[in-house]
Design a protein around this ligand. Structure first.
Ligand SMILES: Cc1cc2nc3c(=O)[nH]c(=O)nc-3n(C[C@H](O)[C@H](O)[C@H](O)COP(=O)(O)OP(=O)(O)OC[C@H]3O[C@@H](n4cnc5c(N)ncnc54)[C@H](O)[C@@H]3O)c2cc1C
Length: 427
């Protein structure tokens, strides 16, 4: 099948932000290429196995704050119905990760101007003046060179932005990486959770587990199947060797927990380890330092921006790198106990998706331009999707009006989003 090497829009990373960005751009008629390192779209939801849509609704009354393609996903997954103003929780869950993969396959395949390349890693860029000239992709075709009009970086790690020379920020220490895993054929008992916790706490004291959370377990997908977000690995996700170590450590820790529970906790006797990952989850790495840097003060004051293109509503949610059985156990003032402030809802401006230097680049998702604490809220899934929708819409508009993403007026992007009911929440 012929590949379009000169698309209008190239979206790097088909995660929460990226898949929505590509759909939004293609729906406006832009010739779009979506490139993803995995063999499927969905990012954290499918690469890590995380079914939550945090940020879709505000906490106080579960009123939906983002009504675009992200909500369409929830409707198509049967979580809510068209026209609903509220959803059953502020962090609703889809019940099948595998069904979600297929839904995304169907949605991207039904856009005639959208081409998807899985198993394709964005590996580099070249620049000319203030523009990205080429995006270099490594896949089974070798090193392929694309020359898109506009690039959208939805890699989560701001790979494209950093390689193009756009200023980005990193942190001296990152939130822990987490491998999610599932254990089947478990019999629930009244003290299952407590016993599982006791085993993990003891293993930590004995040095068998360096770190853990919770064990963060729930019967999420079936009555006899446990889903865990118990793993915590301190690592630098931008260091390839350390990321490899983190994957191995996460797998080892998950298996250690499983073996200990099977041996020591009634209810786990006949259990079996279903799956992990397939990737360890990364909460933070690079953040763009763009035209506007969203701050925790903006979130707390719920500052209004004329160029608002997305709405956030999640709390300031920094996770610690030490062992904890739950939030009550987080040390005040320490990483993870830093804040926890719960906003009602707040604006995310178009300028926080724009780099300072590169005129044909938009950055959406967890690596958009924000302070570390602000990003601990704006990084969540549905908010990343809302940013992706804004980025895809803007990239298509840039082509229509023959301007660069940078020259576009963010207020016009907002108007375009409002017209398709995907604009920021008005209260
Ligand atoms: C362990 C963990 C638990 C979390 N819990 C929740 C939760 O309960 N609820 C919630 O809403 N949010 C949660 N979050 C936060 C949230 O999931 C992410 O911040 C969100 O996925 C951000 O979306 P994104 O599109 O920026 O990144 P992602 O969804 O991670 O998408 C990035 C995509 O880019 C691809 N990619 C990366 N680099 C390249 C490259 N160079 N070339 C090609 N493809 C590339 C990746 O494979 C991936 O598909 C959690 C995060 C983690 C790590």
């Amino acid at each position: 099948m012929a590949i379009d090497f000169t698309p209008d829009v190239m979206v790097c990373g088909a995660g929460c932000a990226g898949v929505v960005a590509a759909l939004a751009a293609a729906r406006r008629g832009a010739k779009t290429v979506l490139v993803e390192r995995a063999g499927f779209a969905g990012g954290i939801i499918t690469t890590v196995g995380l079914p939550f849509f945090d940020g879709i609704a505000r906490k106080v009354d579960r009123k939906i704050v983002y009504r675009g393609i992200g909500l369409e996903f929830l409707i198509k997954m049967g979580v809510c119905k068209p026209g609903d103003d509220t959803v059953y929780a502020h962090n609703p869950v889809i019940r099948s990760i595998e069904r979600f993969k297929i839904l995304l396959d169907e949605m991207v395949s039904s856009e005639p101007t959208l081409q998807v390349l899985f198993h394709s890693f964005v590996a580099g860029v070249t620049t000319k003046g203030d523009r990205i000239d080429e995006v270099i992709v490594a896949n089974k075709g070798g090193l392929q060179r694309f020359r898109p009009k506009t690039v959208i970086d939805c890699t989560g790690d701001a790979d494209v932005a950093a390689w193009a020379g756009a200023p980005c920020e990193t942190s001296p220490e990152y939130m822990p990486l987490t491998l999610h895993f599932r254990i089947g054929n478990v019999t629930n008992t009244p003290d299952l959770r407590q016993k599982a916790r006791d085993v993990v706490v003891a293993a930590h004291k004995e040095g068998k587990l360096k770190n853990y959370y919770g064990p963060g377990m729930s019967f999420m997908f079936a009555n006899d199947e446990l889903y865990f977000h118990a793993i915590r690995v301190k690592a630098d996700p931008l260091d390839p060797a350390d990321l490899t170590r983190a994957e191995m450590q996460g797998r080892r820790d998950a298996w250690t927990m499983y073996e200990l529970w099977k041996e020591n906790v009634p209810g786990f006797e006949n259990s079996y380890y279903i799956t992990s990952g397939p990737y360890i989850g990364i909460r933070e790495s690079r953040r763009l330092q763009g035209q506007y840097v969203l701050t925790e003060a903006d979130i707390k004051e719920e500052k209004k921006f004329p160029d608002a293109v997305a709405t956030g509503t999640w709390y300031l949610d920094l996770h610690p790198n030490y062992a904890t059985t739950g939030s009550a156990n987080v040390k005040p003032g320490g990483l993870g106990g830093l804040d926890g402030y719960q906003p009602d809802h707040y604006d995310i401006p178009y300028r926080s998706l724009l780099p300072k230097k590169i005129s044909n680049l938009i950055v959406a998702g967890r690596c958009h331009s924000a302070t570390r604490l602000a990003q601990s809220s704006s990084r969540v899934n549905a908010t990343a999707m809302a940013m992706g929708e804004a980025a895809g819409t803007a990239a298509a508009m840039a082509r229509e009006v023959k301007k660069s993403a940078q020259e576009l007026d963010g207020r016009k992007v907002r108007e375009a989003l409002d017209q398709i009911h995907a604009g920021p929440f008005n209260g």
